[in-house]
Design a protein around this ligand. Structure first.
Ligand SMILES: [Fe+2]
Ligand SMILES: [Fe+2]
Length: 373
C-alpha cells in the first residue's frame, strides 16, 4: 500500500489514536512520488505591473534578497551531533514534557528509560525534524511552481517565481546539512505527505496558497524560529536565519493575496476554507507526534505515547502550541476565525491555540526578519 492508498481518516474524533497510527508511509524506498494536479494553468495578458502594490513591493524586495547557500554559509564548520543534542536538551524536554510525565508512571514503554534513551530520543527527534523540514521545503518548491501557473494576477506570478528560487535554496541547504553534518535522515511523515498531496492536488488556486503559504509555512516559520533561538551550532543558526528571512516574506505573500481574494467569496466558500485550514492544522499536529521516531527507537506499539501527547494538559504542550503562533494571527487577519459563527475560532479553542490570535500577523512582520543590508 502506498501513501496515496491510505483511506482519508474520518474526522469524527480528531484524537483517535488508532486512526492516526493506521496511516503510515509504506513507500519509504521509492525515489519519486507522483500526485495528480487538477488545476488549470492560467495565462494572463494583463501585464501591467504594480496593480497590487504590496505584492510588487514584496517582489522587488525578493529580487534583492537572494543569498547563496554554497558561498554564504561556512560548510567547513565541524558539527558534533552529540554536543548539539546536549545543547538542545531544553528543547527536547519542552517538546517531550508529556512523555517525561508518562515515564514517571509504571507499566508503559518509557517506564524503564534511562538517560541514554532520552538522549537518543533528542538526537532522533532533531534528525527527524530536520528531515521533515527538508521534505516540507520540497513541498513549498512544488507548490509555488504551481502557484506561478495557476494564480491569475501578474504581480503574484512574478512574486511566486522568486519564491520558487528561494525554496530551491532551502531544499538545497537542508539536504546538505542532513547529508554532510547529521549523516542521517528520515523519510517523509505520512501526515505531512497527505497535506502536501492536497495542496498540490486541489483545483482551486487559493487552496494551494492557504495550505502552503499560510498553514505549512506559518508553522515552519514558528518552528525554525524556535530552533534558531535554541541551537548554539553556528552553521545551523545561520542557515535558519537565512531561511527565515525568506519564509517571513512567503507567509506575507499568502496573507496579502488571500485577503483580497477572500473578499469576493461567499460564506459557503469561506467555510470550505475554514475546514481546509483546520484539517491542515490537525495533520500538522499529527505530524509532530513523530510516529517514525518511536518505531526507530524500538517501540513497536507507540499508542500509549501518542495518547499521552494528545491528552496532555495545555501547560505540558507548550512547544506543540507554539507551532501555531504564526498561523492563528494570520487566519484572523484573513477573516477565517470568525466567519460562519466562529467555526474556526471554536476549533482553535478546542486545540488550545486561540490565545495567539492577537500576535503580530506576518504581512507586517516580514521586515523584522530581513537580513542586514
Ligand atoms: Fe522554504
Ligand atoms: Fe517558504
Amino acid at each position: 500500500m502506498t501513501i496515496a492508498d491510505n483511506d482519508r481518516r474520518q474526522r469524527t474524533d480528531p484524537n483517535d489514536v488508532d486512526a492516526i497510527l493506521a496511516m503510515t508511509n509504506t513507500d519509504v524506498d521509492a525515489v519519486i512520488a507522483s500526485v495528480e494536479n487538477h488545476a488549470d494553468t492560467i495565462f494572463t495578458w494583463d501585464y501591467e505591473k504594480g496593480q497590487r502594490p504590496r505584492l510588487e513591493k514584496l517582489y522587488e524586495k525578493a529580487k534583492g534578497s537572494m543569498w547563496n547557500g554554497e558561498t554564504d554559509l561556512d560548510w567547513s564548520t565541524d558539527v558534533d551531533l552529540e554536543e548539539m543534542t546536549n545543547h538542545l536538551a531544553v528543547v527536547a524536554q519542552l517538546q517531550n514534557k508529556p512523555l517525561y510525565d508518562l515515564a514517571a508512571e509504571p507499566g508503559n514503554p518509557l517506564s524503564n528509560w534511562a538517560e541514554k534513551e532520552w538522549k537518543d530520543l533528542a538526537r532522533e527527534s532533531l534528525v527527524w525534524q530536520m528531515s521533515q523540514f527538508l521534505h516540507g521545503e520540497q513541498g513549498a518548491l512544488v507548490a509555488t511552481a504551481k502557484i506561478v501557473e495557476t494564480v491569475p494576477w501578474i504581480d503574484a506570478k512574478y512574486y511566486a517565481s522568486t519564491q520558487v528560487m528561494d525554496e530551491a535554496r532551502h531544499v538545497e541547504v537542508f539536504a546538505k546539512y542532513l547529508d554532510t553534518k547529521l549523516g542521517d535522515h528520515y523519510p517523509i511523515n505520512v501526515h505531512l505527505k497527505d497535506l502536501l498531496d492536497d495542496v498540490v492536488n486541489d483545483s482551486r488556486w487559493d487552496m494551494t496558497y492557504l495550505g502552503m503559504q499560510i498553514m505549512i509555512e506559518g508553522l515552519a516559520l514558528a518552528a525554525f524560529g524556535f530552533l534558531y533561538q535554541m541551537t548554539e551550532e553556528p552553521l545551523l543558526k545561520k542557515l535558519l536565519r537565512y531561511v527565515m528571512s525568506d519564509e517571513a516574506r512567503h507567509v506575507a505573500f499568502g496573507v496579502l493575496s488571500l485577503q483580497e481574494y477572500y473578499e469576493g467569496l461567499s460564506l459557503a466558500e469561506i467555510q470550505e476554507r475554514q475546514e481546509f485550514a483546520f484539517e491542515a492544522a490537525l495533520r500538522m499536529r499529527d505530524r509532530f507526534l513523530r510516529q517514525e521516531v518511536w518505531y526507530r527507537m524500538g517501540i513497536d506499539d507507540p499508542k500509549p505515547l501518542i495518547a499521552a501527547m494528545l491528552d496532555a494538559p495545555p501547560e505540558s504542550k507548550e512547544f506543540q502550541r507554539l507551532l501555531f503562533s504564526k498561523i492563528v494571527p494570520n487566519c484572523r487577519k484573513l477573516g477565517l476565525l470568525d466567519a460562519g459563527q466562529g467555526w474556526l475560532r471554536t476549533k482553535f479553542e478546542e486545540i488550545n491555540v486561540i490565545e495567539f490570535e492577537h500576535l503580530e500577523s506576518t504581512d507586517d512582520e516580514y521586515r523584522d526578519f530581513a537580513l542586514a543590508e
